[in-house]
Design a protein around this ligand. Structure first.
Ligand SMILES: C[S@@+](CC[C@H](N)C(=O)[O-])C[C@H]1O[C@@H](n2cnc3c(N)ncnc32)[C@H](O)[C@@H]1O
Length: 161
């Protein structure tokens, strides 16, 4: 659609950030009347701490949380992989949305930022669901696949230990 009037120009960037709403006022209204009042306290605390950290623009938007949580519950997710943790807002949100025996493999090369959010995972009582891997994603995913095929071979009796 090159040249079409639907193309987003640099000056429209902030408008495009509003997604479907296309109005800062409406977006603000939805945040204040629906999103923030329903955001669990521990997520609110993590959001506030994260706003004092370097690169806090990377934090996931508050209105993405309820949608992610709904989708995780709809598909009855038990195991997830989080690629790109930062301080762990979406990680904590996922951990709160999974059942008690749910598991998350969380991958990020930046352990320092993960540790900013770790006390909030503990406070919410969901730390046991998270297995943090300090790495960039691709080699960590390759290793997970390798381990999975080893386990499958063991299950089928291809390897004797
Ligand atoms: C946009 S932030 C993630 C936001 C986070 N999900 C949240 O809810 O706040 C991106 C993160 O990806 C990490 N990252 C960058 N390159 C990566 C890679 N190749 N593999 C895994 N994580 C990576 C960065 O260290 C950073 O913490």
């Amino acid at each position: 659609m090159e040249g079409s009037s639907n193309k987003i120009s640099a000056t429209d960037i902030s408008k495009s950030d509003m997604g479907l709403f296309q109005s800062k006022e409406l977006y603000q209204y939805i945040l204040e009347t629906s999103v923030y009042p329903n955001e669990p306290e521990v997520l609110k605390e993590l959001r506030n701490i994260t706003s004092t950290q370097p690169r806090s623009h990377m934090l996931c938007a508050a209105d993405e949380g309820p949608l992610m949580s709904l989708l995780l519950k709809l598909v009855n997710a038990k195991k997830t992989i989080e690629i790109g943790v930062y301080t762990g807002y979406s990680l904590l949100l996922t951990a709160l949305s999974l059942p008690k025996d749910g598991k998350i493999i969380a991958i990020d090369p930046d352990r320092e930022m993960f540790e900013v959010g770790l006390p909030f995972l503990r406070k919410a009582g969901v730390e046991h669901k998270v297995d943090f891997i300090e790495s960039i994603a691709l080699p960590a995913l390759d290793k997970l696949l390798e381990d999975l095929s080893m386990t499958t071979m063991e299950m089928h009796g291809c390897i004797t230990l």
